[in-house]
Design a protein around this ligand. Structure first.
Ligand code: UDP
Ligand code: MG
Length: 331
């Protein structure tokens, strides 16, 4: 069994009021659960007293580790930094605002130990506004499930458990953290779902508004593309390109026939425009596909670059703070 057995990864932005309660409730639950653990809190550029508080807790309790970003890099970057530092066999993610309940952790872990790589929390009684939150989220969950083939009721729930192999493998960009189960499906993971508690936000305000919906939708397109075609983009773009060019050529041939054999004028026919357009668009598709092939190669072969800059790491063992090695590496 790895030591620590559990790593709890928590992104945090301006949540000074929640920190004492969060720490107390986590510690209570985890000590009662008697597994070794570490708590990794990522201060994502807070402007309140969050970091000072966390520092104090860390000095009392080395099981609490703190990564402090230089500025606000977003929740996904915070997860990525936490994953990098995490030593545990199981990585648990949750929010810092007490909307997730630490008491659910043992249930999730028990499920994971049955043989799952990912166990997702499902906020059955979600305590958020209906119109701006729950409704868009319901639609998003349906769409994400259908498009990615990984059926979950609650992609947006932060409280999830991942086996370390999953998070060590996955590279996160943009705001992709909610898609981890879908992205991980490429690795052939087993995913389970467990109902969890959810509480209304007690302190402070949510960091997101309705505009998140559009970003989720765009991210979904990216994920879909990555899932099916990331290593062979020419298959998507090439197929589209061949179809459109082919159709354009067929129309062109027809028009040639009309002109040469029937002696009609084709100069003013809308079809002519369509034929030209289809051929041009088709060529664009094919070139995009070829470019994407080159990009895909660069992507897979380039060295890992972190998507954040760490100011300092408390209680670290270097992994998160160290930038990728220069050529030659460490002695
Ligand atoms: N958070 C963060 N960086 C950000 C935005 C949010 O670390 O740029 C943290 C925030 O402190 C909280 C969690 O991510 O712990 C979820 O954010 P929030 O509660 O605002 O989202 P909601 O629950 O309303 O979806
Ligand atoms: Mg919240």
């Amino acid at each position: 069994m790895r030591d620590p057995y559990l790593s709890i990864v928590i992104p945090l932005l301006n949540e000074e009021e929640s920190i004492p309660e969060l720490y107390d409730r986590l510690t209570q639950t985890l000590e009662a659960y008697s597994r070794t653990y570490e708590i990794i809190i990522i201060d994502d550029g807070s402007r309140d007293r969050s970091f000072e508080l966390l520092k104090r807790y860390h000095q009392e309790d080395p099981r609490l580790k703190v990564i402090r970003f230089r500025r606000n890099f977003g929740q996904t970057a915070a997860f990525a930094a936490g994953f990098r530092l995490a030593q545990g066999e199981w990585i648990i993610t949750m929010d810092a605002d007490l909307q997730n309940d630490p008491a659910d952790i043992p249930t999730l872990i028990a499920k994971a130990e049955e043989g799952y790589d990912i166990v997702s929390g499902w906020r059955v009684n979600r305590q958020d506004k209906f119109l701006s939150r729950r409704l868009p989220s319901m639609i998003a969950n349906r769409m994400i499930s259908n498009v990615t083939g990984v059926h979950l009721h609650d992609y947006g729930c932060s409280l999830k458990v991942y086996h370390r192999d999953v998070v060590k493998e996955i590279r996160l960009y943009g705001e992709m953290h909610r898609f981890i189960p879908a992205l991980a499906s490429r690795m052939g993971v087993r995913v389970a779902e467990v109902p969890v508690n959810h509480h209304a936000r007690k302190y402070g305000k949510s960091k997101y508004g309705i505009s998140r919906t559009i970003r989720v939708f765009l991210d979904l397109m990216t994920v879909r593309f990555l899932l099916s075609f990331d290593t062979r983009p020419i298959h998507v773009f090439g197929t589209l390109g061949l179809l459109t060019t082919g159709l354009g050529i067929l129309i062109g041939l027809y028009l040639t026939f009309v002109k040469l054999f029937l002696g009609q004028n084709i100069g003013e026919r809308p079809l002519l425009m369509l034929a030209v357009l289809l051929v041009m668009v088709g060529i664009q598709f094919i070139s995009t596909g070829l470019l994407a092939e080159v990009l895909a190669r660069t992507y897979y072969e380039a060295q890992d670059k972190p998507i954040y800059v760490v100011r300092e790491t408390l209680g670290d063992d270097e992994t998160a703070a160290t930038p990728p090695l220069a050529v030659g590496g460490r002695p």
